[in-house]
Design a protein around this ligand. Structure first.
Ligand code: ADP
Length: 170
């Protein structure tokens, strides 16, 4: 098997939608590694607000300013996707101690699945440590203003999606 590139990292997640906490990890990851790929995956346990194509398009719209960052969608196992790209590092963000428990289990599983791929964690910045896509979707559904947590394209898309879903239910 060809050697993996440890200067290439893949930041995997659902990004439903991408928010400023994610973007902060992307900014810091882009400074730490030569190249960073944002891997937009599907989580079978989550019913997403946005389709895979929409989540990729939103991520692409907000990483435009980072020349060494690109966005790719993927299905299935994250470690398989990381290997297909030839990357040696999977990048993840950590917000809370509860994140730590699930991320710890996931990183050990990934290490068992592919021992050549290392998971690297970055701690969330304090102002985003309580921000999650699911909380933002919930707050948006009840009409809360999310300008301080979402980049403009994601804010616009989330407001439109909430309106659309509420219209469908009415
Ligand atoms: P997943 O569905 O895999 O949990 P998410 O899209 O929720 O993916 O998040 C992708 C990655 O970004 C995960 O490693 C998650 O811990 C991290 N992350 C999520 N929110 C934040 C935040 N506010 N600050 C830093 N990292 C975050």
């Amino acid at each position: 098997m060809p050697p993996l590139d440890n200067r290439l990292a893949v930041y995997t997640g659902t990004f439903d939608p991408i928010h400023l906490g994610h973007l902060d990890i992307i900014r810091r990851g882009s400074r730490t590694f030569d190249r960073l790929v944002v891997g937009v995956g599907t989580n079978p346990d989550k019913a997403p607000f946005f389709s895979p194509d929409e989540r990729v398009a939103l991520a692409e719209a907000v990483v435009r300013d980072f020349p060494n960052v690109s966005v790719r969608g993927f299905d299935g196992l994250a470690v398989r996707f990381v290997r297909e790209l030839g990357a040696g590092v999977m990048l993840r963000g950590l917000r809370t101690t509860s994140d730590m428990e699930t991320e710890f289990a996931m990183s050990l599983m990934n290490l068992a699945l592919d021992p050549d791929i290392e998971t690297v964690f970055m701690m969330a910045r304090e102002e985003y440590s309580h921000v999650s896509s699911s909380l933002l979707r919930q707050v948006a559904t009840f009409g809360g203003d999310l300008g301080q947590f979402l980049p403009p394209p994601a804010r616009k898309a989330l407001l439109e999606r909430v309106r659309q879903r509420q219209g469908e239910r009415a």
